[in-house]
Design a protein around this ligand. Structure first.
Ligand SMILES: [Zn+2]
Length: 153
């Protein structure tokens, strides 16, 4: 193999590692199962805003680690290669004192309150074609109907 070709492999490896080198992106890679998942599911699972998750997904997609596929109104994201998962497992083994059995696995189980097609289907919901997050609950509780608010005099 020529020196130039060898350099290119290392360059490509560095590009892949740079794309992975972020805790949220590593968590996203972990959550993308064989069936793929949706941005709203990732946002809910990782307690991040959807635009932030989309941004991280685009970094992973540009590096070729993640594929996206339009499904009606939604976009399904999946790992481009199942070996990414094996790589992440190997990475965990390099953490000093990290026993193999306690690899922090993120659950790929359906999430309560998630309206992505996977979760909605598993909770028996129908016509949940739109991936959306539940409305955030205001810190002071749900808004009160004005008729019930006592006038302060
Ligand atoms: Zn979901």
């Amino acid at each position: 193999m020529s020196a130039k070709k060898t350099f290119n492999i290392y360059h490509t490896q560095a590009t892949l590692l740079k794309a992975m080198a972020n805790p949220v992106r590593l968590q996203i890679l972990r959550l993308l199962g064989a069936d793929g998942t949706y941005v709203c599911h990732l946002a809910l699972a990782l307690r991040r805003r959807q635009p932030y998750i989309s941004q991280q997904l685009s970094v992973l997609r540009r590096a070729g680690l993640v594929l996206d596929e339009r499904q009606g109104l939604n976009i399904l994201y999946r790992l481009s290669d199942g070996r990414v998962r094996e790589f992440l497992d190997s990475l965990t083994l390099l953490i000093p004192g990290q026993p193999e059995s306690t690899t922090p696995l993120l659950s790929s189980e359906p999430l309560a309150g998630c309206l992505c097609p996977h979760c909605a289907r598993s909770f028996g919901l129908t016509a949940a074609q739109v991936c959306r997050l539940p409305e955030p609950i205001p810190a002071h509780g749900p808004p009160q109907p004005t008729s019930l608010v006592r006038e302060s005099t």
